[in-house]
Design a protein around this ligand. Structure first.
Ligand SMILES: C[S@@+](CC[C@H](N)C(=O)[O-])C[C@H]1O[C@@H](n2cnc3c(N)ncnc32)[C@H](O)[C@@H]1O
Length: 258
């Protein structure tokens, strides 16, 4: 039998309860601030087994180690973030795998950066670029909260004007308004066999992106949109939810084969 997993001072903790948004806190002795208006004292957790229940603000929470979904739902927002369903599909379309080396722009809030850092794992590397220093700092702080900052190199860079800079990559991921401006630089920075994936909110942007991919000789050009419909599950009354998110963005991908 392995030794029991116990909480230590400094650990990140997710507090999970029915009908409550998840809260992620750093375990410390004494009161800690959570969000803008809540202060919690979790000192009693230190030394206790992971997964136990704790009374916080009159509610029974379970204290567990944070998941990727917990980190994404508690991000400090800067730019508009990619939705989780699209981020996961970008991982597939861009061929991102453990140990991968991924170039990404723009960093924005760092939501996609978190998903990519999770997908490449501890042996992988992300180069995340943005032309706005304030967004880059916020994204860096969000990665540091999750403890994955050592997987990411942040570069203050206008990639449409200056390209990616040093390095070659197994994948390139573009979530910025004019991805077609970065496709030529991406073609030379991605290895043969590597992929590019783009995320754009309008058909016009998608058309320009795919046209440029074809002009530059990218292979296997594909485009897709994902619609996610939640299901209400009740015994004898299971049906689709009445409301759904009707539009997020369009995904395009291509591969360098020569
Ligand atoms: C929609 S946000 C990216 C959101 C990010 N993927 C996330 O999930 O948090 C677009 C970002 O692209 C950046 N950007 C736009 N044009 C750029 C360029 N030419 N070079 C670098 N960054 C750029 C913007 O500053 C902004 O932060």
């Amino acid at each position: 039998m392995g030794s029991e997993d116990r909480w230590q001072e400094g650990d990140p903790v997710s507090l999970v309860a029915a009908r409550e948004p998840v809260r992620v806190v750093r375990l410390a002795r004494g009161p800690v601030r959570v969000g803008d208006d809540t202060v919690l004292d979790l000192t009693d957790l230190i030394g206790r087994p992971v997964g136990g229940a704790i009374q916080v603000l009159g509610t029974a929470f379970h204290a567990v180690r944070p998941s990727l979904a917990d980190w994404l739902s508690t991000l400090r927002r800067g730019a508009q973030i990619v939705t989780v369903k699209d981020a996961m599909q970008i991982v597939r379309l861009a061929g991102v795998a453990p140990g991968g080396r991924v170039a990404e722009a723009g960093a924005g809030t760092g939501a996609l950066t978190l998903v990519l850092a999770s997908a490449v794992g501890p042996m992988g590397r992300i180069v995340s670029c943005d032309r706005r220093p304030d967004f880059l700092e916020n994204a860096r702080a969000n990665l540091a909260r999750a403890g994955w900052e050592d997987r990411v190199e942040f570069r203050l860079r206008d990639v449409a004007r200056d390209g990616w800079g040093e390095g070659t990559f197994s994948s390139v991921v573009l979530d910025l308004p004019e991805p077609w401006e970065v496709l030529a630089a991406s073609f030379t920075s991605v290895e043969v066999g590597g992929y590019v994936a783009t995320y754009t909110p309008t058909y016009n942007q998608l058309e320009r992106t795919v046209r440029r991919m074809r002009e530059l000789g990218w292979a296997d050009v594909t485009a897709v949109e994902l619609l996610e419909r939640g299901l209400h599950v009740g015994e004898g009354g299971t049906r689709p939810e009445f409301e759904m998110l009707g539009h997020t963005g369009f995904l395009a991908s291509a591969r360098r084969v020569g």
